[in-house]
Ligand binder design. Structure first.
Ligand code: PBG
Length: 331
């Protein structure tokens, strides 16, 4: 019998050998942890469809923030759950609105922790859309109006930067949002604040649990006139390209798991850092199965996050950040 000339198993013979040839490594530094902040007081309320994820009121948040920082997580992504919504999402850009107040507090408690502000209107509008609704009398067509929405998104971004946000992350998918927000920030003297653009954001069913958590389900229609068709990948390149030209500093792909091909492509085509958003339903699916005892949560989560990094993610936004950071410490 001839011996195999190539033996790939040689480098797998011991844990140390496997470790020394490992190509991809996860660390807590890779993660951004999303946090939902509410106006009330005395609230730490678990989100039904996202076990282990909470609504936090600011009076209870300090210990949580300290814990996050102690785990080596370098950034949090803030989502506001306001107590007042209106047609134009006024609470998104109020100086004393929830995200702005939370930002100030967090920068006071943990000045080194990066605060990433999600810049969108959907949690703040009564209709739940990411911009302003316009009804065209001539055609009877109702849709989110791009350019009037831009002005409000710029206001939102500037107020977030004024509150001390380190990174602006616009997730609204209006055309020209990066350019508009970049010039708004620059005019206000925040030319040093980077934009992490939700460049390639698909109209996805994977945001379901988030919309429960953020109370941001559209009250009519869907987001398909502004978020992308899951079938398209060449269009993802156009979205990313326009954001690069408009001045984005980082490019995001969202959701992550069903779109790792897109993530990979962006990594190959552009030289900006690429961010993967491991979204709410990707979290809930694993949690639900883990609670049934159907899978090994820790192994599944670390393998999944590693897969995102291997596919090209420089940064991963994940609700598993705290758990994963703890597990990586034990490893
Ligand atoms: C706001 C926004 C959404 C998510 C992040 N920012 C919801 C949406 O577009 O409907 C989803 C995040 C998640 O599912 O974890 N536009």
């Amino acid at each position: 019998m001839a011996f195999p000339t190539i033996r790939n198993r040689r480098l797998r013979t011991s844990a140390a050998l496997r470790n020394i040839v490992r190509e991809t490594r996860l660390t807590a530094h890779d993660f951004i942890y999303p946090i939902f902040v509410t106006e009330e007081t005395g609230v730490k309320a678990e989100i039904g469809s996202m076990p282990g994820v909470y609504h936090w009121s600011l009076d209870l948040l300090e210990q949580e923030i300290n814990e996050i920082a102690a785990l080596g997580i370098q950034a949090v992504l803030l989502f506001g759950v306001p107590d007042h919504k209106d047609e134009v999402g006024s609470e998104a850009y109020g100086n004393n609105s929830i995200v702005q107040r939370a930002t100030r507090k967090i920068k006071e408690w943990q000045p080194e922790l990066l605060v990433v502000a999600d810049t969108c209107l959907c949690q703040f509008t009564s209709h739940g859309h990411c911009g302003v609704i316009h009804h065209d009398e001539r055609t009877g067509r109702t849709d989110v109006d791009n350019d009037t929405s831009l002005a409000l998104l710029v206001k939102t971004a500037v107020s977030q930067a004024e509150a001390g946000a380190d990174i602006i992350a616009p997730s609204n998918m209006m055309d020209g949002f990066v350019q508009a927000i970049r010039s708004g920030l620059d005019e206000a003297g925040f030319e040093h604040v980077p934009i992490m653009s939700y460049s390639v954001k698909y109209a996805s069913a994977f945001y379901g649990p988030f919309r429960d958590a953020a109370h941001s389900t559209p009250q009519f229609g869907d987001r398909k006139t502004y978020q992308m068709d899951p079938a398209n990948v060449r269009e993802a390149l156009r979205e990313a390209e326009s954001d690069v030209v408009e001045g984005a500093d980082m490019l995001m792909v969202k959701p992550a798991l069903a779109y790792l091909d897109v993530l990979r492509l962006l990594k190959e085509q552009f030289d900006l850092p690429v961010v993967a958003y491991n979204v709410s339903a990707e979290y809930s699916m694993v949690k639900a199965a883990a609670m049934q005892g159907w899978l090994d949560e820790r192994a599944i989560v670390l393998e999944t996050l590693l897969g995102m990094k291997r596919a090209g993610a420089d940064i991963i936004i994940t609700y598993f950040a705290k758990d994963a950071a703890r597990w990586l410490q034990d490893n």
